[in-house]
Design a protein around this ligand. Structure first.
Ligand SMILES: O=C(O)C1=C[C@@H](OP(=O)(O)O)[C@@H](O)[C@H](O)C1
Ligand SMILES: C=C(OP(=O)(O)O)C(=O)O
Length: 435
């Protein structure tokens, strides 16, 4: 699928409620499934990744009904899942794969996880090895999917994580729930804590030490179904925050965006770059929520290092685009995790931004960008490379160009944001953004 993108002459304007958070939608389904009673998810994200989790849980014997963005999960309890009759297809979803690996490792049956070509190239030892410390047995195919999970009784453990990854942490928490006594998980750096918040909300017990990265999980909780309102996805809002910052004349308002501090790295990046961003928190239960207003601004370059990365991990393609418009040199380091996402995002960011004439240099763990307000565009035909975030980032880049641009493999965007182009169009009042 190819999509044509044109510059909105007067910038982006208006108010847009972005869809529900992907990370919380995955987890809401999983916690609903392992609770007893009914869980109702509102503002659920009906994107391909979350639907992979929904279908997998149905194959594990959980009754789930969905009407657009409202989902009802009829929980079966921590020990009530049943053996699937065929391999579970996780599609493109890394989060679903890692989290379900941790859950299924402690079940009384075997299961197999498979995925698409991209997911089948992503590293799975990162869950296999720490889960083995709890006695789990996961057989990989040369370090990748297909993954055969030999469900068995797990032991508790104290585990020092080797990568800063919320997916690995969450897999370990889900496994630790099934051990006989408490387990401790020590993160390298604090990462998104949606699993911890939802586990507590469903009635489980866990303690995070003052360092923010030592988590003690109490086992065998009795989890009870509940209603969860999924906040707007900061990682989706980030595309429009970036667009409004770099397209002259813009001013947009995004209400009900999730403001969990482990996810708001892009807000800080924009503020440090001189962006015009206002955040108004609103009353909420569970996850913090608020309204973000962004106006176009002249940006300064920025340096980000390893400690900054987890809170902005999925927004780094957008950081690259922002830096490309800022006069001066930006350095992004400590971001080698980008190499093992849906694509090698360091390579795909560099390849796509070079088409715009951006002076970007690939580094082993990031990139250096010598930004300019105006680019010497070489070609206006971009490619998502099958990666939703690269596709959306280049669609936003196209809004800044005077010539129309096309985006190849735009269908990849359905992985996390099926309504992306409709929502973008809503913020372009003169309706010329898309054709
Ligand atoms: O836990 C999650 O929901 C996610 C964690 C991040 O991955 P890692 O934890 O592997 O960095 C992020 O990139 C992904 O989009 C969603
Ligand atoms: C990396 C991502 O997702 P996942 O790891 O779940 O595939 C993402 O959404 O950018």
């Amino acid at each position: 699928m190819q999509t044509l993108i044109k510059r909105p002459q007067n910038g982006l304007h208006g108010r847009l409620t972005v869809p529900g958070d992907k990370s919380i939608s995955h987890r809401g389904l999983i916690f609903g499934a392992i609770s007893t009673g009914t869980t109702r998810l509102t503002n659920f994200l009906p994107a391909e990744d979350c639907l992979s989790t929904l279908t997998a849980l149905q194959q594990l014997g959980v009754k789930i009904d969905r009407h657009e963005t409202t989902v009802t999960v009829h929980g079966v309890g921590l020990h009530g899942l049943t053996a699937p009759t065929q391999p579970l297809d996780m599609g493109n979803a890394g989060t679903a794969t890692r989290l379900l690996a941790g859950l299924l490792a402690g079940q009384a049956f075997d299961s197999t996880l498979v995925g698409d070509d991209s997911l089948s190239q992503r590293p799975m030892q990162r869950v296999q090895q720490p889960l083995a410390q709890m006695g789990a047995k996961l057989d990989l195919t040369a370090g990748h999917l297909p993954m055969r999970i030999h469900g068995r009784a797990l032991q508790s453990a104290t585990i020092k994580m080797a990568v800063a990854s919320a997916q690995v942490k969450s897999a370990l928490i889900l496994a630790a729930l099934q051990a006989p006594t408490a387990s401790t998980i020590i993160e390298q750096l604090p990462t998104r804590d949606h699993t911890e918040r939802l586990l507590t909300a469903f009635g489980g017990q866990l303690n995070t030490a003052a360092d923010g990265r030592t988590i003690t999980v109490q086992p065998q909780p009795h989890l009870t179904g509940k209603t969860v309102t999924v906040p707007g996805d900061m990682s989706s809002a980030a595309f429009f925050m970036t667009a409004a910052s770099i397209v002259p004349g813009s001013q947009i308002t995004l209400p009900q965006v999730g403001l969990n501090p482990t996810r708001t790295g892009l807000l800080q990046v924009l503020q440090r770059m001189g962006g015009d961003v206002t955040v108004t928190p609103q009353a909420s239960v569970g996850e913090p929520l608020g309204t973000v207003t962004v106006k176009a601004a002249t940006l300064k370059p920025i340096d980000l290092g390893a400690d900054d990365i987890p809170a902005v991990i999925d927004e780094l393609p957008l950081v690259a685009l922002l830096a490309a418009t800022a006069t001066g040199v930006s350095h992004i380091t400590g971001a080698s995790e980008l190499r093992v996402k849906e694509t090698d995002r360091i390579a795909t960011i560099v390849a796509e931004l070079k088409k715009l004439g951006v002076q970007i240099t690939e580094q082993p763990d990031g990139f250096t960008i010598d930004g300019r307000p105006a680019w010497q565009v070489k070609t206006a035909t971009f490619d998502s490379h099958g990666d939703h975030r690269i596709g959306m980032m280049m669609a936003i880049a196209g809004l800044r160009l005077t010539q129309p641009t096309t985006l190849a493999h735009a269908e990849a965007i359905n992985i996390s944001y099926p309504g992306f182009f409709t929502d973008l169009q809503q913020l372009c009042p003169t309706k010329e953004a898309l054709a």
